[in-house]
Design a protein. Structure first.
Ligand SMILES: Cc1ncc(COP(=O)(O)O)c(C=O)c1O
Length: 346
């Protein structure tokens, strides 16, 4: 039997929450219509509409890359550009899928904390109307960002206003949106549709689902072709009930909140304790479930022997630690001890 080891590598390393497993088991009864024409899909869709408003269009997909690519495809034309942070998942961690499937040019803006500003966006809105140049169509932000930081509601509203004033739409990559919601202590609606977001990739996998994400379209004009794009993009699940049933479980009984809260709380505990150790220097505020810090390169292999994590930036020896819905206080405390010993002996 393999040893049960919990790491701080990624919230994708965590397993499936038992309540999600139960929901999958319950959905695994008899036959149900395929491709989303089943009552499980109707139920999950209704829950999303209750949270975000009845006009919201809901499309379930397999993964986060698929959600982002389809959200961008629906919001742009093949000669468009998408403005995003240089650390954006769509720019650095989705290979060339966004470009291949949407046809768009991704235009990165530099940022030290994963957030972009209206000024930075405007600096890339260039040569509009010039047939030789990509036409800016989308601003894409991640909430939380890939650096575990958060936009305030006001910052999102300003980005949305900037985008709209220039005929662009605002896409939000919410792969960890539940972690953002608990940290902001805000309803999902407040920092998405009410702040001017047009299209949202709503994450489920990192918050305890086995697989599945949802594309939520608030600017309903963008939904027109989504069902065709989803099929063309190979993201239409025939047994859709198994994505939908997971979302129903996640959105019921506050499971999304309990799971994200646990991950965030453990990250705060971990960064609080680690930041007191000499040689461990936080590089970002711990606002959700990720911790970013610089440590001496020589101690990294020793700490990784206890619990694997990723080196975020080899050049600066910056590491990333992620907590998950299943991270416990004991996991945190034993990791802190390992780091403390490694740095003392260094
Ligand atoms: C910010 C962000 N967006 C999207 C994703 C989704 O990626 P995947 O296609 O692996 O589900 C991730 C996963 O790491 C992510 O961190």
């Amino acid at each position: 039997m393999s040893q049960v080891v919990k790491t701080f590598a990624s919230d994708n390393y965590a397993g499936v929450h038992p309540e999600i497993m139960d929901a999958l088991g319950r959905a695994n009864t008899g036959h149900a219509s395929s491709y989303g024409a089943d009552h499980y899909t109707a139920e999950a869709t209704a829950l999303f509409k209750k949270l975000f408003g009845q006009q919201t269009e809901v499309f379930f997909v397999y993964n986060g890359t698929g959600a982002n690519v389809l959200a961008l495809s629906a919001s742009s034309k093949t000669f468009s550009s998408v403005i995003c942070a240089e650390s954006a998942h769509i720019y650095v961690d989705e290979s060339t899928a966004p470009e291949k499937f949407s046809g768009c040019r991704l235009i990165p803006v530099s940022s030290s904390n994963g957030k972009i500003t209206p000024e930075a966006v405007l600096s890339k809105v260039q040569r509009i109307g010039d047939q030789h140049h990509p036409q800016a169509a989308v601003v894409s932000i991640s909430q939380p960002t890939e650096y575990g930081t958060l936009y305030t509601v006001e910052e999102i509203r300003e980005l949305a206003n900037t985008a709209h004033q220039h005929g662009m739409v605002l896409h939000m990559d919410g792969a960890r949106i539940s972690n953002a919601a608990v940290s902001l202590n805000a309803e999902f609606k407040t920092f998405t549709i009410d702040a001017g977001v047009d299209v949202l990739s709503f994450g489920g996998t990192k918050n305890g689902m086995m697989f599945g994400e949802a594309i939520l379209i608030f600017n309903t004009g963008l939904a027109k072709d989504l069902q065709f794009l989803r099929k063309q993009g190979m993201q239409l699940h025939s047994k859709m009930r198994f994505i939908a049933a997971q979302f129903t479980a996640l959105l019921s009984n506050d499971l999304w909140r309990r799971s994200a809260l646990q991950a965030n709380k453990m990250a705060v505990r971990l960064s609080g304790k680690l930041s007191k150790i000499s040689g461990f220097t936080l590089t970002q505020k711990t606002e959700v479930n990720g911790i970013f810090a610089v440590v001496p390169p020589s101690v990294i292999p020793e700490i990784q022997k206890h619990s694997f994590f990723y080196i975020w930036n080899e050049k600066t020896s910056e590491i990333r630690l992620m907590c998950s819905w299943d991270t416990s206080e004991a996991d945190v405390d034993s990791f802190v001890e390992v780091v403390s010993n490694a740095l003392q002996n260094h």
